[in-house]
Every structure is written in structure tokens, then in C-alpha cells.
Write a protein that binds this ligand. Structure first.
Ligand code: ADP
Length: 636
């Protein structure tokens, strides 16, 4: 029998695939099972109108048969089968333009991009990743005899007539010998095959069966010395259906309750806690898909970040094509877990990869809207639960707002919560809605703890006027406000660094005049404090407090603290430019002013004490706390 050559392009693709690119060899089983399932679909369809088939729906199945002695793995189906011509055309050629284009793009490339093949499947040829010979024995529906197709890989194949009792196909993979890198023999182990079927083919519509040996004990009729019965153990082989067939997300809402979905989620993700939101979509249109997504009830870092980003698994008609697909939704929703199943996503690489991408984008955009909608609903219906969600995953949303120069800020802004008190968090929209008529800006104060932020001296005047403040608890929060720019036209005002906008023009002028009048006194205070403050000025925002520290320029105190933990020396040196603000109406400042006229040394000591107090209240690090004690002692 003469050996026929594969068409040139198939040969090159085959070489490429077998020799280099595939890291994920185990998907071969998924590919071969998918083909078997398609072949059954076809015959089942014919059987609807043709009595001659002699099979009803329940008679169709796929058998997976490992044979350790022969070192073969067989996938058998009773589907439509192939005749000689078809075997030759279908298995000997990859004549589809898509795959050819794809190959050209990939030629000469190595590395990451190539792994994409593994995500979309390569069909029958993937059997050669694990086999050094593949034999196909098939008989087409309507034919009297069968065909044997055989190949040892890229060097060609043979086709010959053969006997086969019934219609269907056996794909017999002669597994490669084990090597140091790869143990192909594991594909003969029942546990491994079961695991692969469950992982990739759990939702194939037809039963995938396997003979599974099991130990069974039976009483022998004899007794042990203590009178207990004696047992005999024997191995029973049971034909088991390994896959669960109909995926839960494929069933209608009437059949499957939300509780069923939640039970599925907990079982499949090994989660103890209920998800805080469930999104179910059954979309039909340009791209049809079903989705069942979950927002986890708690942050399970190991599960999320253990292996790659994204928690959404892609299926095409129940066949898993990509685990944790990170292309589907943006990183700000990367905590979402679940499945998306679209028949429009083909397993076959012969379709343009880019086309997949477009479809994925459409699906992703729709899903993001649904996820957002569900989160908004949660915020409205169950605020404490939403707050819990935000505690767990708010970070992702905030990073999302700052990402790509704020491109997604308007999509995300209504999902953000900000503290306005110990037990109170609001969205910016709610904040603005609650603003009294007289309030012009959104006031915020930053610190690393809520209590400290609330006690910042500069908040006093804002509170006195009956306005609420937003408390920011991380430098990221400050960046978020910067990215958001404003809320409904109201700009953000940092109570520590910005002009609160309370003073009238006259008051501002009076303050300037007062600073000029007190020029020498302020210069004296600054000098007494050495390098610590870049400026000393009077302030009207301190209510009852004598002094406060603020910063000016682009670097705030929170940013300074953040940078101080940074990786480079240069970063750690970044300092906020500090301003000492004095309340001219307060007694200590007045005493200092009076003392300055008569006793400069004592006035300098009061200045040092007020400077340190201001630093302490701002939460800045104090270089020399003992000096405060010394100054206080010497004063009395
Ligand atoms: P794809 O399935 O994506 O078209 P494959 O390389 O996996 O590409 O298979 C090529 C063709 O071989 C299939 O389209 C089908 O016509 C045929 N084929 C493969 N396996 C079987 C099978 N078990 N029964 C019948 N036909 C099969």
C-alpha cells in the first residue's frame, strides 16, 4: 500500500504543532471527543427522519478506552462515520483558508502568541501531540464496509478498506513512549482520563463512557475468630458515564433557580460563602451566548491570582475552550467568576482568530453592563452587602478609574463609595445630592486612618458650616478623585491644601494685609522652626484650634508617606512642602506674638511647640519628640 502525502500546508502546520508550540498537550482528548460528538450530532439528525438508522437518541454515546498493554487510547463513537474519500479529505488535508492564514501569521514566531492555538483547538491533528501513530477505523452510515486510515505523523498516511461491524468511528492513538519531559503513559490512567473529560468535555451532549474498575467486598460465609464475617474482595468493572452532559447555564431559568446556580458556584469554586451577586444572561442576536457569572462573597486571593487573571471560563456549546479568559472583561472586573458559553465561538482555528476577538469584545461589553447593573441593584437593595463587596473589591474599581488615563471613569464612578463618617459611605452622586445650596465644592481630607482624617484641624471650619467631608484613606483615593475630575460639575477641594472658598474678597484682602503687617513675626516663626516648614501663614479655617499643618504643591503628605515606602532612594526622598498655619484669634498664637516683642527666645520655644503640634495633628513623622518635652518644660 503506497503512502500518500499530506497536502503541503497541512504538513507544515503539523510540524509546527507537534514539534514546538503546544505546551498544553492534554487538549488532544477534548478535540477528539468533540469530533466524535459532532459525528453523533449528524447521525442523530438523520435518525429523526430516517428509520433505517435504527438508533434513538438514547443509543448514542462515546467510549473512551485505554489499553495499557497495547499502549493505545481509543475514542469510539457511533456517529455518522466517514467513507474512504471523506477520510482522505477530512483527515489528510487542512484545506481551509483560515488555518492557512493563521499558519502564515505564526510562521517564524515563537513564544507567547503561539499559545493562542491551544486556546482554540486544532482538531484531529492534535492526536499527534501525544501519539506516534494514529489509526482511524470508520464506517459511514449507509455503507457496507469500513475504512482504515493510518498515519505516523507528518510523513503521510495510508487508507485501506477494512471491516467494521457497525457504523461509527474509532480513533486509536498509539501513545508516544514516556520521556524525561513527558509521561504520555498517564493518558492511559483512568483517573487522568476522568479528570480531563470532566475538565474539558463535561458538557458534551452525549454520554462519554468509560469502564471503571472498582473494588467490591462480599461475605464469604465464613467467620473470623471473633465471630465477625470474613470478606472477599473482587474487582468489578462498571461502565460509567463520566460527563454531566447538560451544563447548568444551558438550562432555562424555569428549570434552574438562582439557588441552584449558587450551589454550583460553591461546589466548583470551593467557596464556602455565597456570592454577593449573580448575573445570568441568555443573549440572542449578532452574537448569541449564555452566561452565568458570580461576584464572590469574599476575596479569595489564592484562587484569583494563583494562575493568571480573570475568572471567567469560555465554552463553545459545552466544550471548554479557555479557562480564566482574561480578554473578556477589563481588569476592574477581574474578580468576577463564572462561565460564558457561545456557539459562535468555534473550537476550530480555521476561523480567524481576530474574529473571535471581535466576538469576545461584544460579549465582554455586554457582560460588563450586566455586571454593573447587578452591582447597582445590590447597592440599592442591600447596602450593607454592597459595602462588604466594596471592601473586598473596591480596590479593583478604583484602579480601573485611574487606568488608561481615566478612560473608564464614567462607567465606574457610580460604583465607588467614599467614607463620610465612621459608619457612613456614600457615592459621589449621593454626596452632591445632599449638599446644601450654599456648598460649592466637594470637601475631602486624606489620611491613613479614618479617625485621623476626621480629626484633622482643617476639617473644623467645613464641619462648622454643616458640610460633609469625604475621607480618603489611601493615595490611590486621591488619584481616583484626580481622575474623576469633578462630580456633576462640582470640583473637589482638599481641605488641607486648597482654598476652601469661604472667604469673601474683602476677607482675603484683609488676610493678605495681615500677613504683610506681620511679615517680621511670621519670618521669625519660620526661622525658629528651621527647615521644617517652607512657609508660615495665618489661617481662618481652624475654628478653635491654634495651629495646623498643610502642604502646598503637587506632593501631599499622604503621597509623601506612600513614596517613603517606595523602592528607590530617589522616591523615598520626595517631600511635601509643609506650611504652618496659625490661628491669629487663638490664645497661644496671641501669647507668642506678645512674647516675641519682649522675649525672642521664649517666643521661639512657643513656635517650636506649635510647629510640632501641627505636625502631630497632620500625622507627620516627628524627628525629635524629646525636643517637644524639653521646650514645654523650659516654658514653665
Ligand atoms: P474540524 O472538526 O474542526 O472540522 P478536525 O481536524 O478535527 O477539524 O476534523 C476534520 C474532519 O474530519 C471533521 O470536520 C469531520 O468531518 C471529520 N471527522 C473527524 N473525526 C470524526 C469522527 N469521529 N467521525 C466522523 N468524522 C470525523
Amino acid at each position: 500500500m503506497s503512502k500518500k502525502q499530506f497536502k503541503a500546508e497541512s504538513k507544515r502546520l503539523l510540524d509546527l504543532m507537534i514539534n514546538s508550540i503546544y505546551t498544553n498537550k492534554e487538549i488532544f482528548l477534548r478535540e477528539i471527543i468533540s469530533n466524535a460528538s459532532d459525528a453523533i450530532d449528524k447521525l442523530c439528525y438523520i435518525s429523526l427522519t430516517d428509520d433505517q438508522v435504527g438508533l434513538s437518541r438514547d443509543d448514542f454515546h462515546i467510549d473512551v478506552i485505554p489499553d495499557k498493554e497495547a499502549r493505545t487510547l481509543t475514542v469510539r463513537d457511533n456517529g455518522i462515520g466517514m467513507n474512504a474519500q471523506e477520510a482522505e479529505n477530512n483527515l489528510g488535508v487542512i484545506a481551509k483558508s483560515g488555518s492557512l492564514n493563521f499558519k502564515n501569521e505564526m510562521d517564524g514566531e515563537k513564544g507567547e502568541d503561539l499559545s493562542i492555538i491551544g486556546q482554540f483547538g486544532v482538531g484531529f491533528y492534535s492526536a499527534f501531540m501525544v501519539s506516534d501513530k494514529v489509526t482511524v477505523i470508520t464506517r459511514k452510515y449507509g455503507e457496507e464496509s469500513g475504512v482504515k486510515w493510518e498515519s505516523t505523523g507528518a510523513d503521510g498516511y495510508t487508507v485501506a478498506p477494512c471491516e467494521r461491524e457497525s457504523v461509527g468511528t474509532d480513533v486509536i492513538m498509539h501513545l508516544k513512549p514516556d520521556s524525561d519531559e513527558e509521561l504520555f503513559g498517564t493518558y492511559l490512567e483512568i483517573w487522568k482520563l476522568k479528570a480531563l473529560i470532566r475538565k474539558y468535555s463535561d458538557y458534551v451532549r452525549w454520554p462519554i463512557r468509560m469502564d471503571v474498575p472498582r473494588q467490591e467486598r462480599e461475605e464469604t460465609g465464613e467467620k473470623n475468630d471473633d465471630g465477625s464475617p470474613k470478606y472477599e474482595y473482587r474487582t468489578v468493572v462498571e461502565n460509567e458515564t463520566v460527563n454531566s452532559m447538560i451544563p447548568i447555564w444551558q438550562r432555562s431559568r424555569k428549570e434552574v433557580t438562582d439557588d441552584d446556580c449558587i450551589a454550583y458556584y460553591k461546589e466548583h469554586n470551593r467557596e464556602a460563602k455565597d456570592p454577593c451577586a449573580l448575573v445570568r444572561v441568555d443573549a440572542e442576536g449578532a452574537v448569541s451566548y449564555k452566561a452565568m457569572l458570580f461576584v464572590p462573597g469574599e476575596e479569595n486571593a489564592a484562587a484569583f491570582y494563583g494562575e493568571g487573571k480573570g475568572g471567567i471560563t469560555l465554552y463553545s456549546n459545552g466544550v471548554m475552550i479557555m479557562e480564566k479568559c482574561d480578554k473578556l472583561v477589563h481588569d476592574y472586573f477581574e474578580f468576577v467568576k463564572g462561565v460564558v458559553d457561545s456557539p459562535d465561538l468555534s473550537l476550530n482555528i480555521s476561523r480567524e482568530i481576530l474574529q473571535h476577538d471581535r466576538q469576545l469584545r461584544v460579549i465582554g461589553q455586554n457582560l460588563e453592563k450586566k455586571i454593573k447593573g447587578e452591582l447597582e441593584k445590590l447597592m440599592k437593595d442591600d447596602r450593607p452587602k454592597y459595602e462588604e463587596f466594596f471592601k473586598n473589591f473596591g480596590y479593583h474599581l478604583k484602579v480601573g478609574v485611574c487606568d488608561e488615563y481615566g478612560r473608564y471613569k464614567d462607567f465606574l464612578r457610580d460604583l465607588l463609595l467614599f467614607h463620610t463618617g465612621e459608619d457612613k459611605q456614600v457615592t459621589l452622586k449621593e454626596y452632591v445630592e445632599n449638599m446644601p445650596e450654599s456648598q460649592k465644592s466637594i470637601y475631602f481630607a486624606s489620611s491613613d486612618s479614618l479617625r485621623h482624617a476626621m480629626s484633622l484641624p482643617q476639617c473644623a471650619e467645613v464641619k462648622r458650616r454643616g458640610y460633609e467631608l469625604i475621607y480618603l484613606l489611601s493615595p490611590l483615593d486621591e488619584m481616583v478623585l484626580e481622575a474623576l475630575h469633578d462630580q456633576d460639575g462640582k470640583s473637589f477641594c482638599n481641605v488641607v491644601t486648597d482654598d476652601l472658598g469661604f472667604d469673601t474678597d474683602e476677607e482675603k484682602k484683609a488676610a493678605e494685609e495681615r500677613d504683610i503687617e506681620n511679615k517680621d513675626f511670621l519670618a521669625f516663626v519660620k526661622e525658629s522652626l528651621g527647615e521644617r516648614f517652607s512657609r508660615v501663614k495665618f489661617s481662618t479655617k481652624l475654628a478653635e484650634l491654634p495651629c495646623a499643618m498643610s502642604t502646598e504643591g503637587p506632593v501631599t503628605l499622604e503621597m509623601e508617606k506612600y513614596f517613603r515606602r517606595g523602592p528607590s532612594e530617589e522616591m523615598r526622598k520626595v517631600r511635601a512642602s509643609r506650611v504652618l498655619e496659625l490661628n491669629g484669634e487663638s490664645r497661644p498664637v496671641q501669647v507668642m506674638r506678645e512674647t516675641w516683642e519682649s522675649d525672642k527666645e521664649k517666643a521661639g520655644r512657643i513656635a517650636a511647640i506649635l510647629g510640632t503640634l501641627a505636625e502631630l495633628m497632620a500625622g507627620a513623622d516627628i524627628d525629635d519628640p524629646a525636643e517637644l518635652a524639653k521646650n514645654v518644660s523650659e516654658l514653665f
